[in-house]
Design a protein around this ligand. Structure first.
Ligand code: IPE
Ligand code: IPE
Ligand code: MG
Length: 246
């Protein structure tokens, strides 16, 4: 493993980094390879970023692995993606656990293919008491789905008389989101690879005050060094949250 970038201020590491891992398909197309090979290369890149996040002392890393809209892809591609998830857990769970990583899943993962569901449940169970890096994988995740579920949950509370409509505030809504249920704070930094400048239904409530970095690098080419460059860039930003620092 290469040494940590000396430009990083280790006292100001972002607590939560979220990543939209985009560009696997284009990476494969450029090489005239099938798309699933791009996803395989993307999985390898993710493996390295998880390790580096641990080394840097990042508390939460959230990756967008499969959106509620990604079912629009061909059956072959969808199968390929979930097959890689199975491979990832089979190959990496032991090491993740040894590195004290806790795995969480965000999204309605109950509907993913059975073998992938089994691996995901095993990963959650085996790492549930770990207190190192919290690695959140967004799988069949969509911000709008999450908001729908939160509104329903709040509606039920009102219906049961547990709260009044005027009790609905930011903290209540945050707490009813999937991230809230898992105790995940809002991201400090959001990174999207592949050159697309959009959010694609990812953590829309939670990124209200996140710093955003968009890079043209395709996800399989996103190395720990590029990850650290993004953190250096994050550390140069002046976060004001609507107030004034001077
Ligand atoms: C991101 O890569 C991975 C998933 C969406 C599952 P893409 O497959 O979207 O890659 P591009 O955007 O087509 O290059
Ligand atoms: C976002 O990428 C979802 C993931 C990275 C899992 P997409 O490739 O699905 O997003 P769009 O279609 O370019 O907006
Ligand atoms: Mg894409």
């Amino acid at each position: 493993m290469t040494a940590v970038d000396t430009n990083i201020d280790m006292n100001r590491i972002p607590a939560h980094v979220a990543i939209i891992m985009d560009g696997n398909g284009r990476w494969a197309e450029k090489r005239k390879l099938p798309r699933v090979m791009g996803h395989n290369a993307g999985m390898k890149a993710m493996k390295e970023i998880v390790k580096r996040a641990s080394v840097l002392g990042i508390k939460h890393l959230t990756v967008y692995a499969f959106s509620t809209e990604n079912w629009k892809r061909t059956e072959e591609e969808v199968k390929g993606i979930f097959g890689l998830l199975v491979k990832y857990v089979d190959n990496e769970l032991k090491e993740l656990d040894e590195n004290n990583v806790k795995v969480n899943i965000l999204g309605d993962f109950s509907v993913i293919p059975g073998d992938a569901l089994e691996r995901v449940n095993t990963a959650i169970e085996r790492t549930k008491d770990n207190d190192g890096l919290v690695f959140n994988i967004a799988l069949n995740y969509g911000s709008r789905l999450e908001m729908i579920q939160a509104v329903r949950e709040i509606g039920e509370k009102v219906k049961k008389g547990e709260i009044a409509p005027e009790d609905v505030d930011e903290d209540l809504i945050s707490g009813c989101l999937m991230t809230g249920h898992l105790g995940i704070p809002d991201p400090d930094l959001l990174i999207r690879t592949s050159g697309e400048i959009r959010i694609s239904n990812f953590l829309m409530w939670q990124i209200a005050y996140s710093e955003m970095i968009f890079t043209d690098v395709l996800w399989p080419d996103f190395t720990p060094e590029k990850f650290e460059e993004a953190i250096v860039e994050f550390q140069s930003r002046d976060r004001r949250f609507g107030g004034r620092n001077k």
